[in-house]
Design a protein around this ligand. Structure first.
Ligand SMILES: *[C@@H]1O[C@H](CO)[C@@H](O)[C@H](O)[C@H]1NC(C)=O
Ligand SMILES: *[C@@H]1O[C@H](CO)[C@@H](O)[C@H](O)[C@H]1NC(C)=O
Ligand SMILES: *[C@@H]1O[C@H](CO)[C@@H](O)[C@H](O)[C@H]1NC(C)=O
Ligand SMILES: *[C@@H]1O[C@H](CO)[C@@H](O)[C@H](O)[C@H]1NC(C)=O
Length: 346
């Protein structure tokens, strides 16, 4: 079935209507774009979060490599963290939008500008965000591929609400900016770091990425300014073995309770858990999508305990494989599926 353009936008409208207006926003009236007047709210469990995403490796493979195992001694190993779907792009989109919006491949997509994202929820509360992309050729670059940088691993640029907004698109910055921001003491509240196609294991393997991570930890992640202040999540976009459950090796580091260092947590999580943990931490409300679904949005356990949030206990046999594509709004709507010639917009 093909969606007409009219039904596409009707759905877009629905999706926009979905976010719940939280009490804070209600009481303070108009909030949009007013974040200079409203100081950022303190987080309940953390004030900054940084996600670093790797690519396409199986849990057992990663867990058998020294560089990854050694780092696990510094954090909480999430043993039951699951990707949403295959392949890469829909997982990155889900991390910011709470849905894959029907994206089933890695092509050049533009998600309509009126689809809400985590960036809207953060900005409404005066919180800041940045997406660090190793090897992106310039700030706000919207192209498909340049050297070892790829658009499909960028969780912001695919949304036109970011790419077409001159101010917001500047939050998409080269990876080197992270060190500069740490040094300047100007860390955004919400951060996402994508290593290049070699360092994230996409075109290499878990051993290669582990070596890169060791160095990245030594030079960047272990900086006290970051480590003390920021909840860090290392995770993978998806598993490599399609016939199996889409479980991915994931580790929480940084601003975690000291006594939990070197422990394991077997709570059932998905990429929506990260969104929902962020939403709960700052009372952001929700996007009304996967982030609001009790079966896929468990909050990181140590945070849940601190804020008295009750997670859902999902039995092993009830955990979905999450290994299929999910069709919807944008299925068949990428640039090359809707144009027979020409190149996607820059
Ligand atoms: C969303 O955008 C489309 C086209 O860009 C437009 O037709 C539609 O009315 C918009 N919906 C809302 C809720 O703004
Ligand atoms: C991912 O692949 C690994 C193979 O190493 C497999 O053990 C696992 O079941 C798959 N998904 C999970 C559940 O890690
Ligand atoms: C879409 O375009 C990208 C970039 O040019 C290309 O890599 C990809 O294979 C294309 N997909 C299809 C279905 O043609
Ligand atoms: C998902 O896993 C099931 C069970 O192993 C398998 O039958 C199915 O083919 C897999 N789906 C894909 C798209 O690989």
């Amino acid at each position: 079935m093909r969606l007409t353009l009219a039904s596409l936008f009707a759905l877009a409208t629905l999706a926009v209507a979905a976010p719940t207006v939280d009490e804070h926003t209600k009481h303070h009236g108009k909030h949009h774009g007013s974040h200079h007047k409203h100081p950022a709210v303190k987080g309940k469990a953390f004030d900054h979060i940084l996600q670093v995403w790797f690519e396409n490796q199986d849990f057992d493979v990663v867990d058998s490599i020294a560089n990854w195992k050694n780092l696990a001694k510094e954090g909480i190993l999430l043993e039951n963290f699951n990707a949403i779907t295959h392949p890469s792009e829909p997982n990155y989109v889900a991390a910011a939008g709470g849905s894959n919006f029907g994206i089933t491949n890695d092509d050049y997509y533009n998600i309509p500008a009126n689809i809400s994202t985590i960036y809207d929820l953060l900005e409404k509360k005066g919180l800041t965000w940045k997406v660090y992309q190793e090897d992106i050729p310039s700030v706000g670059y919207t192209g498909y591929k340049a050297g070892q940088y790829v658009r499909k691993h960028n969780p912001a640029v695919i949304f036109d609400s970011v790419a077409e907004n001159p101010k917001r698109v500047k939050n998409i910055v080269p990876g080197t900016q992270l060190d500069a921001d740490i040094k300047a003491g100007k860390l955004p509240n919400w951060m996402f770091y994508t290593p290049n196609m070699l360092n994230d294991a996409h075109d290499t393997d878990a051993k290669y990425a582990g070596k890169w991570l060791k160095r990245f930890y030594e030079t960047t992640l272990s900086k006290p300014e970051l480590l003390k202040n920021t909840l860090i999540l290392l995770t993978f976009d998806e598993n490599a073995s399609y016939p199996q459950r889409n479980r991915v090796w994931s580790l929480l580091l940084g601003d975690i309770p000291k006594k939990l260092k070197g422990t394991k947590d077997s709570t059932y999580y998905t990429h929506y858990s990260t969104l929902h943990t962020v939403e709960q931490n700052w009372d952001l409300g929700s996007l009304g999508r996967g982030d609001a679904e009790k079966k896929s949005n468990n909050v990181f356990d140590f945070v849940a305990k601190q804020i008295h949030y009750k997670n859902l206990n999902v039995a092993e046999h009830d955990i979905p494989l999450n290994n299929n594509t999910i069709s919807g709004l944008l299925t068949g709507k990428s640039f090359n599926e809707t144009h027979t010639s020409g190149t996607p917009p820059p």
